[in-house]
Design a protein around this ligand. Structure first.
Ligand code: BES
Ligand code: MN
Ligand code: MN
Length: 463
């Protein structure tokens, strides 16, 4: 693979322009107004995989959005890498906070990305990272050096819970049979210190509704005499953490895996500057569970966060009113051994039990998924580490992430293989936020690193 770097350099303008075309399609899976765009994106991914050299590509229909499946099988006796990614994106709002329209990609230099970054919704999560794999395959097929078999499975519902993918995986075990699953949908520490993600948190997402009186009331005539659903809801939410920021739901921590002092000491070795962390998001202090560091709080500890809250009058000026209803969306990030279905039940039981008389509470579970941790003493991790050593000249650090890709635990359960998370995004790339971007350096480095993973994985498999 001596010509890998020159090949990427020679074709980089085209690689960037092809990605830009895919970023222009607003494949927002959460909003049905964009359903045709989501479907159009699946077609664009299919064409890209065909052009990159897959022998067989198909659009697999599901009860939801289609899954694009592609493969190139060169020899049944060689190992098979299954690449997973997603072509759907998060809604871009609030739109007014974008410096350029989210589906009109532009390249701009930033302090962290002096070589420029592509600004667009999905640039990092996950179209840009998914497309690195397509271009890595192009390199290997064009240069006749694909060392093993490859399968692609690119879905369009990751940002809304991967329901159709779970259905698809369960009934296609043979088609999806593989020796390792490779995903680029996470991040790394920095452009000079790559890391390999070895853990993902689980998730339980719920919506709550508090109803008081049967209609909105005059807050003077009724205020003080009936339960105000917004007052009640905020009080109930506040009670979900104690003064040390522990979560108060009975049983919530029962199965939480506690790390040993040695494991925590190992984690603390990863380069991290609290000052930089605070400056990057403009806060004067961090906040969280007592007894844990910032990196522990956002990776090995479970959390509970309100993601949205609404009710009553929020228009211009003042309106004196007690709303009939108040709502909130709440997510709980979970760690290994916490079962998301069980946690959802515990939340529901507890939240209903703390409702005062005078209101009715409904808890509606949305979606969820189990967490994931992967050992580092397997050939998948070793192959990834060697690939980064070649492309970055630095040994990557294993690191658990706070984010969730719920389908990964299901892959292990149904397909019995390990997942390697080779993410090339940075925390500062603003995924899910306005002005999401992906560094050109990161995009090209990803394309350079992936073929090396194939090479080392194949070599280590034959030993
Ligand atoms: N790619 C992210 C997950 C991620 C990002 C993991 C960075 C680690 C580092 C994925 O698209 C995502 O946003 N997942 C959701 C969960 C999903 C069920 C909506 C999340 O983590 O909120
Ligand atoms: Mn993603
Ligand atoms: Mn996402």
């Amino acid at each position: 693979m001596d010509n890998l770097k020159p090949y990427v350099q020679q074709h980089k303008e085209r690689f960037i322009n092809e990605l830009i075309e895919i970023l222009k399609i607003p494949s927002i899976s959460a909003d049905s107004a964009f359903s045709q765009d989501v479907i159009d994106t699946s077609e664009a991914v299919k064409t890209a995989l065909e052009n990159a050299g897959c022998d067989h590509v198909e659009i697999c229909e599901t009860p939801g959005y289609p899954i694009v499946y592609g493969e190139k099988i060169i020899d049944k006796n060689l190992p098979t890498v299954l690449v997973y990614g997603h072509y759907d994106v998060q809604p871009p709002d609030p739109l007014n906070l974008w410096n350029s329209p989210p589906f009109e990609p532009v390249i701009k230099k930033t302090e962290i990305h002096p070589e420029g970054a592509i600004f667009a919704r999905g640039s990092c999560d996950d179209k840009g990272q998914m497309y690195m794999h397509v271009k890595a395959l192009e390199y290997m097929t064009e240069n006749n050096n694909l060392p093993c078999n490859v399968k692609f499975m690119i879905e369009g519902e990751e940002e809304v819970g991967s329901e159709s993918l779970a259905w698809f995986v369960k009934q296609n075990q043979e088609k999806l049979a593989n020796d390792v699953i490779l995903i680029s949908d996470t991040g790394m520490i920095s452009n000079t210190q790559p890391s390999i993600t070895t853990g993902l948190r689980g998730l339980s997402y719920v919506e709550v509704e508090v109803t008081g009186p049967n209609r909105d009331l005059h807050s003077g005539l009724y205020g003080g005499a009936v339960a105000n659903p917004i007052n009640v809801l905020t009080k109930m939410i506040a009670s979900l953490h104690d003064e040390d920021n522990h979560i108060t739901i009975p049983g919530f921590y029962d199965n939480v895996e506690e790390l040993s002092a040695a494991e925590r000491a190992e984690m603390a070795k990863a380069p991290f500057s609290l000052e930089d962390y605070k400056n990057a998001i403009d806060i004067d202090a961090v906040y969280g569970e007592k007894g844990y560091t910032t990196n522990e709080r956002n990776s090995i500890r479970p959390t509970l966060d309100v993601n949205g809250i609404w009710g009553g009058y929020t228009g211009e000026g003042a309106k004196t009113v007690i709303a009939s209803k108040a709502f909130a969306k709440i997510s709980m990030r979970l760690v290994p051994h916490q079962d998301w279905v069980e946690i959802t039940e515990l939340f529901k039981k507890h939240f209903e039990s703390i409702a005062p008389k005078g209101v009715r509470v409904v808890v509606k579970p949305h979606h969820g998924g189990q967490g994931y941790v992967t050992p580092i003493d397997n050939i998948g991790y070793k192959a990834a580490a060697k690939a980064y050593e070649d492309s970055f000249g630095v040994t990557p650090i294993p690191q658990r992430s706070g984010g969730s890709i719920p389908i990964v635990a299901l892959f292990e359960q149904e397909l019995k293989s390990k997942t390697i998370l080779m993410g090339f995004g940075l925390d500062s790339d603003a995924i899910h936020s306005p002005n999401e971007h992906f560094g050109i350096f990161n995009y090209l480095k990803g394309i350079e690193t992936i073929p090396l993973f194939y090479k080392y994985f194949t070599e280590l498999s034959s030993k």
